[in-house]
Design a protein around this ligand. Structure first.
Ligand code: CMC
Length: 431
């Protein structure tokens, strides 16, 4: 943390307090309030942590005003175009782009950990066939703590490393098995001769009855979806992973907590909700009705895939995703896809409407991802599991960074208590 010579002064009740300030390498300065309660006896109030930096980090930087996303300094559009998911995983985990040898070693390590303990299959069979794959993933990833005891000691850097590789490697297998289970098909085991994205597509779409050939263009599009979702600094699920692990809980339990948080429709669940919304709109002539609903304060409806807590400009991931959607649909010969048509016209209509531009609401990563995933053959229920498997590397990188930080403390927010003050218990006959 780099200190500045600047301080901030807080004055109340006739007393003043000097608060130190720190400068990041990018982004706004921060006021350090760690000693505020001890010295001034007050808390700060920030529901939703909209103005609070909860940690130091060197992994990901977002400039929401410019619509910029950097991983270890590299812009996401360059990574999406020139790199691939496992290289981005290496970058996020270790801080630098790998040499050819380092990349090969990393890919080998990930590939060798893709199988899950055979007994874990019993967990899948315990779920109802109609279970949402996210429910299955929360359960099965949490259950990894019961199978990989040799990588649950968070104080041992080697065990942390092994747990990280296991999570990145096994998540596609778990997501694909969750899918296969819900459609009643046999599980397809991972193959070491496939790259990460092709292996996932194979585990989802191959059947024992016939050969399955992965289309390299679809594998590239899948890899790009993984890359675009790999990390996004201190979002709700990442903060959940950090908070859960601040108690020293094992990494598998903490990542399961992250998956649970990601599931919500305001976060990772938005890709499923967005495609469902586009289908419900169905035709461009119904767009004005939905735009009006989104603007109506008395209607809880929001345009899914629109708006972002941090981006107040285009989400840079959405631009790449839109281009990918065109490419994939073109490749698959899907012309005049009505959902893509509605999406494009809805985007144009919203961007021409002062309600959205004045509030700086732009399409986010989820606006086009569902269209690509649907074209590839995934049901909507698999969209959020695919987000979860992509984001695992981000959660793991942030978790490793936090555990290695000597300033790490158990997370313990305060509150602005608005309840009753102390009162005496009243016996039931007197109430
Ligand atoms: N449609 C209509 N109005 C909206 C929308 C929307 N999608 N998003 C925000 N607003 C309005 C909101 O009603 C509020 O209006 P007012 O100031 O008049 O009360 C204003 O914009 C600010 O909204 P907010 O809820 O205070 O903003 P936030 O930063 O807390 O919320 C958000 C961010 C992503 C939860 C929200 O924009 C939203 O619900 N979007 C739809 C869900 C979605 O697409 N989520 C995916 C996020 S990207 C993937 C990820 O990182 O998980």
């Amino acid at each position: 943390m780099s200190d500045t010579n600047k301080t901030a002064t807080l004055t109340f009740d006739g007393k003043s307090f000097e608060l130190p300030m720190h400068s990041p390498t990018a982004g706004p300065d921060v006021i350090d309030i760690r000693k505020l309660y001890g010295e001034a006896g007050v808390f700060t109030y920030d529901p939703g942590f909209t103005s609070t930096a909860a940690c130091d980090s060197t992994i990901t930087y977002i400039d929401g005003g410019k619509g910029e996303l950097l991983h270890r300094g590299y812009p996401i559009d360059q990574l999406a175009e020139k790199s691939h998911y496992l290289e981005v995983c290496y970058l996020l985990l270790y801080g630098e782009l790998p040499s050819a040898e380092q990349l090969e070693d990393f890919e080998t390590r990930v590939t060798r950990h893709t199988m899950i303990h055979e007994q874990m299959i019993n967990f899948f069979r315990g779920f109802r066939r109609d279970a949402h794959p996210m429910a299955v993933m929360v359960g099965v990833v949490g259950a990894m703590s019961a199978f990989y005891h040799d990588s649950t000691d968070v104080n041992d850097p080697w065990q942390r490393e092994v747990a990280s590789i296991r999570l990145i490697a096994k998540m596609p297998t778990i997501a694909a098995m969750a899918y296969k289970y819900t459609i009643g098909q046999p599980f397809v085991y991972p193959r070491n001769d496939c790259d990460y994205a092709s292996n996932f597509l194979r585990m989802c779409f191959a059947v024992p009855a016939e050969d399955y050939e992965v289309n390299p263009i679809l594998a590239r599009a899948m890899d790009r979806i993984f890359t675009l979702h790999a990390d996004h600094e201190q979002n709700a699920s990442t903060s959940t992973v950090r908070l859960a692990s601040s108690s020293g809980a094992n990494p598998f339990a903490c990542i399961a907590a992250g998956i649970a948080c990601l599931w919500g429709p305001a976060h990772g669940g938005a890709n499923q909700a967005c495609l469902e919304m586009l289908r419900e709109i169905g035709s461009p002539n119904r767009i004005p009705e939905y735009i009006e609903r989104a603007k109506d304060k008395n209607d809880p409806f929001r345009l899914m895939g629109f708006g972002h807590r941090v981006y107040k400009n285009f989400d840079p991931r959405a631009k790449v995703m839109k281009q990918s959607a065109d490419e994939v649909l073109d490749l698959l010969g899907i012309e005049n896809n009505p959902t893509l048509q509605v999406a494009k016209e809805l985007e144009a209509a919203a961007l021409a409407d002062p309600y959205f531009t004045e509030k700086k609401l732009f399409p986010n990563v989820d606006f086009y991802s569902g269209i690509i995933l649907e074209a590839m053959g995934f049901p909507t229920s698999m969209f959020t599991p695919i987000f979860a498997l992509s984001r695992t590397v981000g959660w793991v990188s942030q978790w490793k960074e936090m555990i290695a930080d000597p300033a790490m403390k158990i997370g313990r927010p305060r509150q602005l208590y608005q309840g009753e003050t102390m009162r005496d218990y009243v016996d039931i006959e007197n109430r």
